[in-house]
Design a protein around this ligand. Structure first.
Ligand code: PGA
Length: 251
């Protein structure tokens, strides 16, 4: 059985004061024991969050990391080894905002994925199609290619120590959610693509859905057989709402 995971991507939100408030809210949640919980604060606040969540069963990850594992001359970047040193256990790789706004391409993402794993961080690989691609009937082709480039370069075995998040770009921050069946169809295709190479890896890897997940739609989404939890943006900035989503994954 795969253990569900609910992760909060705080994106570029927060001040020291608002982060302190959110930490306080997270500390008051009654967390179900069967769900892995993680948050991805802006890098600037990672130390504050790790200190503030000490003793709580909440992992902390980064939203991005450098293409090389170890510290060095790379202005403006943060090495996976530095994230490990700070206490992080996870890192997002290939979020659509980084693919689209920062222009990150497959080659860069393969290097980031490998550098993270070289330090023992668990990469959360984000994949997903745009509205235009969905309407053109290209969803599975696009997602298959985003996943396939990692498999081709690093081997399917890397997904024994990774998480995948399917996030349709048209559902991120828009209030539009993929229907549970639409999400399930893509999750099943992702698992089948992995299973074609290694069925054990395919059965073990956690596939999260992301894109306007709220407490109100989480139960239905998480009830689908290949959806193992969620990557939550906007709703993760509210501790009570995030807590309700976590509980939905525990049911
Ligand atoms: P959203 O973001 O929940 O605000 O749609 C999800 C994400 O980008 O990870």
């Amino acid at each position: 059985m795969r253990r569900p995971m609910v992760a909060g991507n705080w994106k570029m939100h927060g001040t020291r004061a608002s982060v302190a408030e959110l930490i306080n809210g997270l500390g008051q949640l009654a967390l179900p024991s069967g769900v892995d919980v993680a948050v991805f604060p802006p890098c600037l606040h990672i130390n504050q969050v790790i200190d503030g969540l000490k003793g709580l069963p909440i992992q902390v990850g980064a939203q991005n990391a450098a293409v090389q594992a170890q510290q060095g001359a790379l202005t403006g970047e943060i090495a996976p080894s530095q994230l490990v040193d700070a206490g992080c256990t996870l890192v997002l790789v290939g979020h659509s905002e980084r693919r689209q706004i920062m222009g990150e391409q497959d080659g860069t993402l393969i290097r980031k994925f490998a550098a993270a794993q070289a330090c023992g961080l668990i990469p959360v690989l984000c994949v997903g199609e745009t509205l235009e691609q969905r309407e053109a009937g290209k969803t599975l082709e696009v997602v298959g290619r985003q996943l396939g480039c990692i498999i081709e370069d690093l081997g399917v075995g890397v997904f024994a120590q990774a998480v995948i998040a399917y996030e349709p770009v048209w559902a991120i921050g828009t209030g539009l959610t993929a229907s549970p069946q639409q999400a399930q169809d893509v999750h099943a295709a992702i698992r089948a693509q992995l299973a074609a190479e290694n069925s054990e890896v395919a059965q073990g890897v956690r596939l999260l859905y992301g894109g306007s997940v709220k407490a109100a739609n989480a139960v239905e989404l998480f009830g689908m057989p290949d959806i193992d939890g969620g990557l939550i943006g906007g709703a993760s900035l509210n501790a009570d709402e995030f807590g309700a989503i976590i509980r939905a994954a525990g049911n």
